[in-house]
Design a protein around this ligand. Structure first.
Ligand SMILES: Nc1ncnc2c1ncn2[C@@H]1O[C@H](COP(=O)(O)OP(=O)(O)OP(=O)(O)O)[C@@H](O)[C@H]1O
Ligand SMILES: [Mg+2]
Length: 272
């Protein structure tokens, strides 16, 4: 709707995990570097972040950046019992078994992992929304995957991605054995106040417009409402563009950002 008015080819603040719109803020850059390290070293990695902080976007960027030496397996709905988890993983790894028995599934998986290993391929299993993993047995099954080793080295990398509840879960006594296997842990923080201007400009450019669109005061207000969380920044910015278009204004100012924030229910969220 407003795309043409503001000279965009694509909506700049859409909330989809599209790596083309990925802005490398300090925290995202560090998270991605650590994920790369984890897959190279075939480690278990845990990536934590608040709702809307960019976890799924980063996993997509990681997947896009890896070459054919890696087999990416993405599990996005891990509300699974341990048996369902193994079945899901078997089907994603194209194992040729339909057996309902755990032992058969584990054997089939081992065979596939071993085939990959011989072919010089590292399987990378990414479990998004891992805070939703319901049972200790499912965590246990995931941990046991790391027993698949060749010559004392792991043959796959596991990445668990989730909201801060995941960290709490992992701290529970019953998951001590799992915790000990984690080789790398990173908590994505908010985008810094000094980075949001660049973030906004980057997204505007990725949307196809070259000129600035938000005043400095508008960007400052946007930061204080959204507290550096990308999804919230995007929602407010999208609403602001819609309002700006409706009001026929060329630059988005602070008052439009404030009213856009109210519109999406963030009024009084935080005022600096
Ligand atoms: N570094 C970034 N650069 C550009 N856009 C980003 C960045 N991080 C996140 N986003 C945007 O924020 C939105 C939310 O990100 P994402 O879905 O990855 O968050 P999440 O942490 O997985 O959230 P949830 O906890 O709800 O699963 C995405 O649609 C994406 O457009
Ligand atoms: Mg997500």
């Amino acid at each position: 709707m407003y795309e043409k008015f503001y000279g965009f080819k694509q909506k700049p603040f859409r909330n989809t995990p599209d790596p083309r719109f990925l802005f490398m803020s300090r925290t995202h850059e560090e998270a991605l570097a650590r994920l790369h390290y984890a897959v190279e070293e075939k480690e278990i990695a845990v990536l934590i972040g608040d709702v809307g902080s960019g976890k799924t976007t980063l996993t997509r960027a990681l997947m896009d950046s890896l070459n054919e030496g890696f087999r990416m397996v993405l599990i996005v709905n891990p509300r699974l019992t341990s048996l369902e988890f193994l079945k899901t993983l078997c089907s994603r790894m194209h194992c040729d078994t339909k057996s309902p028995y755990k032992n058969d599934l584990i054997d089939a998986l081992y065979e596939r992992f071993y085939d990959d290993h011989k072919a010089g391929i590292t399987p990378v299993v990414i479990i998004d929304e891992a805070h939703l993993i319901p049972y200790r047995e499912t965590f246990e099954e995931i941990r046991l995957l790391t027993n698949f080793q060749m010559d004392d080295t792991n043959i796959l990398s596991l990445i668990l991605v989730g909201q801060p509840e995941l960290k709490k879960k992992l701290e529970s006594e019953s998951l001590g054995a799992f915790r000990q296997r984690i080789g790398l842990f990173y908590h994505i923080g908010p985008i810094g106040q000094d980075e949001i201007k660049d973030y906004i400009e980057y997204r505007i450019k990725a949307g196809g417009r070259d000129k600035p669109l938000f005043s400095d005061a508008a960007i400052k207000a946007l930061y204080s409402y959204a507290r550096g969380i990308p999804r919230v920044i995007n929602s407010i910015a999208s609403m602001a563009l819609l309002e700006g278009f409706a009001k026929d204004v060329e630059m988005i100012d602070e008052s439009i950002v404030s009213s856009a924030s109210k519109e999406i229910g963030l009024n009084g969220y935080r005022k600096d």
